[in-house]
Design a protein around this ligand. Sequence first.
Ligand SMILES: Cc1ncc(COP(=O)(O)O)c(C=O)c1O
Length: 387
Amino acid sequence: MPNADPVYLDYNATTPLAPEALEAMLPFLREHFGNPSSIHGFGRPAKEALIESTDAFASFLGARPEELVFTSGGTEADNLALLGAAAAPRDDGRRHIVTSNVEHHAVLQVIEELERRDWPVTIVEVDERGELTPDRLRDALRPDTLLVSIMVANNETGVVQPVAELATVAHDAGALFHTDAVQACGKIPLDVRELAVDMLAISGHKFYGPRGVGVLYVREGTPFTPVFRGGRQERGRRPGTENVAGIVGLAEAARQVDKLLPTESKRLASYRDALEQSVLSSVIDSYVNGEGATRRTPNTVNFRFDGLEGEALVLALDEAGFAVSAGAACDEGAVKPSHVLAGLGLSTEQIRGSIRVSLGRYTREEDIEVFAEVLRDTVAALRGRNS
Ligand SMILES: Cc1ncc(COP(=O)(O)O)c(C=O)c1O
């Protein structure tokens, strides 16, 4: 029997907009539609909101307002960081770029493109828990390393990298450090001073802000050349008329995170742990990908059910009223296994049997209790059908 109200357990894909963020945005979609660059009365409220939201978001991140560049989302923030740092003129000959094999495509594909343009690249492998140790990074660095890019939290496994330590290793070798914090923002505390990174990327729609808006933090003094040309907005670092409503919504979403994070992270971690225990103890040949990692985001669990087709499981769960996502995506007719799970050393078969469950603000304890039972029964039914 399908669950009466579908339960959303795919918060790492996107989150619903916080009502407070929507309320804060509405005036800038209605009456305060002016261009913040206009000096007349229509532009002024937009400009003031932009300044206020920038200040608020900077304080949320522990940054200075001048260090923020608003973008169209996480993908653009990552692209801008890597391409902006690569384009900056330098006279020390540094060109080598280092990243890990579990980064989001918004990082990996940019670095692959730079490699095609003759930038030397090293892709460091994480261990079987999905972690990158400072020693592994140190081994990959060279005297000509320009830039290291390692994410804070992984979108598929939730594994959190020791970014502050990794950034220190990179800095000791004279390299810059960029981090993709898209899946960390809203789930764990984030402070650019504690992380000591040079650049950090964030996306609004992953923490109850609007879609189509993100932020790149660029620490003052970081060599950076803009990628786009055409205007003086964002201090020339990302020209184009600002998405005022989006930026206002993003800042309001961050205010809500500030208020809710301490209680939410405990609440979700306890549901997540209960779900893991229930599944591992009641379903044979079930595993948690990334288990044993020192730290994971409190809301994410990536399950593996040997001998099962994850996509069939996702569809069956959807029919039963639960939205989760698969470890292998069907792309133009071919099943493409996740490079993140492959990075943990899993075989294609094991990746196919993996699903990601990500909890969030509207997840209730009873949802997880029912989900654990439905998951157990659905896995049993699919295995029965296959045998
Ligand atoms: C780790 C990570 N980086 C970057 C992105 C891209 O962000 P956006 O959807 O805002 O472009 C995502 C989105 O899934 C992500 O999970």
